[in-house]
Structure formats: C-alpha cells, structure tokens
Design a protein around this ligand. Structure first.
Ligand SMILES: Cc1ncc(COP(=O)(O)O)c(C=O)c1O
Length: 427
C-alpha cells in the first residue's frame, strides 16, 4: 500500500483497546485541538466531553503550559538521566509534596499511570521485605489501574531482577477483589465484606489499592465515612493504603485529590494524566515519610529512562500553577449542573438508563443493554465526543468548560437519550 493510502486508511496502527466491531464510530480524523474542542479534517469543532481519557483537565492547547515547554526546549535540556538532579524536577517535587498530606514525603517519577501504580506496589512490597508472606494487594472489582504488563522488568536478565523476584510472586486471585460500595446501604455491605477479608487474611496482605474516586469501574461514589473506615481497617492491620489518583486527581472531583473528600491520609498517592494535562506523558508516586525512610539505606531498584522527563516537568510545573481554588470551585459548581441533568435523564428515560453516578466532573451514565454504543455514536453526530466502556458513558469535560458550554452539551445528551428512548418505546 502506498504511504498516502496507508495514512488515509489508518491500516498500520494497532489501536489500543480498539474494538473493530463497535469502534467504527471513531474513524474520524482529528487534526487540531483548542480549549474544550477537537477539530476534524473539515475543521468542524467536536466538544471533547471526556477530556480525551480524563486527561486534558485544563483544556487543549493551553498557552501557559506551551510556553513553559517552549522555554525548556530553548534551554536545550530535553533529556538527561533521571538519577541526576534538575531544578525543574526538584521544583515539581516541592510543589507535589505541598499539595500532599506529607511534610517529609518524596516523589518518584514514572512515564504514566500504570508504572506509577507498579512503583507503588514495589514500594509497598519493599516495605514488608522482612515479612515476605505479606504480599497480596487488594483492589476493587472492575477497577482499572493500568494496561501495561507487570512482568516487564522480571523478564530481563539483569541481576537486579533477583531482588524483585518476590515482587512478582503475589497472588492475583479473584478472591481478593473488594466489592464496590453502594449508596443504597451507605457502603455497609462492601465495608463488612472487606473487613471480614482483612480480619482473616491480613497477614498475607501488603496493601489496598483504591482510586481516589472511582473512575473506569463506573464512578461509584464513596458514601460518607466509607473511605475513612477502609483506611482505619487497613492501618489497624498494618496494611498500607495506596490511593490511585491517576484519573481522580488534579481537580477532577472538585478537590485536588479525591481522597481529600474524606480527609484521607494514605501511605502512597499515585498520579498521571492531569499532572501534565496530557502534553507530555508523566506519572508519579508521592510516598509518605514512613515509606521514603525505607530508602535511607536501601537502593531504589526501580526506575525508567524517562522518569521525570524535563519536558514533562516543565508542563507539570505549569499545570500545578493553574490548579487553583478558583478552578476547584468552578468544578464544584459545574458538578451541580451535571448531577441535576443526569438525574433528570435517569428519571425521564428509565427503560434506557440504569443508573447515573459521579462527583465533581467525573460522572457516568450506566445504560441498559448495549445502548451506550448508539448514544456515543449519535452524540458524535451532534459534535460531542465521549468515552465509553462496558455500558457506561462518561461525562468528564475539561475542568475549564464554561457553564454555557456545559449546559448546551448536556442538552444535546438529553436530546440523544430522548431519541433513542423514543425509538425503543415506539418502534
Ligand atoms: C485510575 C487509573 N489508574 C491508572 C491508569 C493507567 O494510566 P496510564 O494509562 O497512564 O498507564 C488509568 C488509566 O486510565 C486510570 O484510570
């Protein structure tokens, strides 16, 4: 195939998570982006109603971030090994510690969210290195913590992998999935099951991994007191708490981090996505003093070539200037509008909508049957891009979306739901 044809038909790129049967609606080409919009090849604006994959919290093409990145390019320092200090990386670590609950924590950088979580697991397991039986990681049913493969470093022939051997020996049985909480019983049944599990098996559990606010699983909101109870149960049994803020961090829920809704005090916080607004890939794990103390003597046998890349640090330093209280208040105000309209949609189209859930600007509509695909497709025809998974359609626009843009797009969503509900009932 000629190069021109290959480009036109997109035949040489294996798209991640791409479903050839349902993914055909994604066969439009994006040529540019600005603010809350992406632009197709005819220069038609499409509202990016899920911030890509809940990444571009500050909108596309943000000039303040671009200028920071340009200054770094101009300095010539666009790469150096991560074990060497740079001012920009130190500044970023300082800023991240300042927004964390720790005074003497440290920051470990990665290239994205999956490896930030893997690093967190490494730190947790290293913390219990003298108790190798304490090796399991509890996580929630349907949760998503990354799409890479955990064994990449074990596959190598590098002698340092021997130190990691026991890191890969933990069980990943389905019995260690924690059930998501339900609002209907204020999370009681979920917490009881988790408490029972931990009570019986705490000697084999190193950490619980929980999202700051549930995302891909279906935006299950933690009922009041739920997270606090979980943290207390874990700490009582000498189990570490790792909070994954990859999706829920950086203002997405109306607070800087999701766990702040419960005044949480986890041992490790992982992040990615909004940390750079997606301009350059970056992930990070902020570790508490308790965990960082483990490395006063021990070597950090972990790391990536691009950990804390200079361009990513430049973008992240700019982003952290922009995540301020004004923006967080704006998200909280937008959240009320989203919640009101989604609840209206749920009540109006019960045959179509099973449930709506969320917080801040991280919501989802769970549809009955496979209707989500038709809704997604119809929205695209109306110039609205959304991400969907299973039967859930996500509503997670850039945090900077104006109230007017938000209301107009919610109106389009309502119209699309009405049309499909009408077709179901009166076909
Ligand atoms: C909660 C959560 N953790 C981790 C990840 C993985 O991040 P990445 O794709 O940057 O590896 C994601 C991605 O969507 C996520 O939502």
């Amino acid at each position: 195939m000629s190069i021109r044809n290959a480009i036109r038909h997109g035949s040489k790129t294996l798209r991640p998570w791409f479903n050839t049967k349902t993914g055909t609606s994604l066969d439009f080409r994006i040529k540019a982006a600005n603010g809350c919009y992406i632009y197709d090849k005819n220069n038609q604006p499409i509202m990016d109603f899920t911030s890509g994959l809940m990444v571009t919290n500050l909108g596309h093409n943000n000039q303040y971030i671009n200028n920071h990145m340009k200054a770094t390019i101009k300095s010539g320092l666009t790469y150096f090994p991560p074990s060497v200090l740079t001012d920009s990386r130190e500044l970023l670590s300082e800023k991240l510690i300042n927004i964390s609950p720790y005074t003497n924590g440290k920051v470990f950088y990665t290239s994205g969210g999956a490896d930030a979580n893997e690093a967190a697991i490494y730190f947790a397991k290293h913390h219990f290195k003298d108790t190798p039986t304490k090796s399991r990681i509890l996580r929630f049913d349907k949760s998503f913590h990354g799409g890479s493969t955990y064994i990449s470093s074990y596959l190598g022939g590098d002698a340092r992998r021997n130190e990691k051997l026991n890191h890969y020996s933990f069980e990943l049985n389905t019995d260690i999935m924690m059930p998501n909480p339900s609002m209907s019983d204020n999370g009681k049944s979920s917490i009881e099951k988790i408490e029972h599990l931990i009570h019986n098996e705490h000697e084999s559990i190193a950490a619980i991994l929980i999202e700051g606010s549930s995302g891909t699983a279906g935006c299950y909101v933690y009922p009041p007191g739920y997270y606090t109870k979980l943290e207390t149960i874990a700490k009582t049994h000498n189990i570490l708490v790792i909070v994954d803020e990859v999706m829920s961090g950086f203002g997405r829920t109306g607070k800087m981090f999701g766990f702040e809704h419960s005044n949480g005090n986890p041992d490790i916080i992982t992040m990615a996505k909004g940390i750079t607004n997606g301009c350059v890939p970056m992930g990070a794990a902020i570790i508490s003093e308790k965990i960082s103390n483990d490395f006063k003597e021990d070597i950090v046998n972990n790391g990536l070539t691009y950990s804390g890349h200079p361009l990513a640090c430049a973008a992240a330093n700019a982003c952290l200037d922009l995540y301020d209280n004004k923006l967080l208040n704006h998200v909280q105000s937008n959240s009320k509008n989203i919640k009101r309209r989604l609840n209206y949609i749920k009540i109006s189209y019960p045959e179509l909508v099973k449930d709506v859930r969320g917080i801040g600007q991280l919501y989802c509509i769970e549809f009955n049957d496979n209707n989500v695909y038709y809704i997604h497709k119809a929205l695209l025809k109306k110039g609205v891009y959304t991400f969907f998974r299973d039967n859930n359609l996500y509503i997670a626009p850039p945090l900077v979306i104006s109230e007017r843009e938000l209301l107009i797009t919610l109106e389009k969503l309502d119209q699309v739901c009405f049309n499909i509900w009408n077709a179901i009932n009166y076909q």
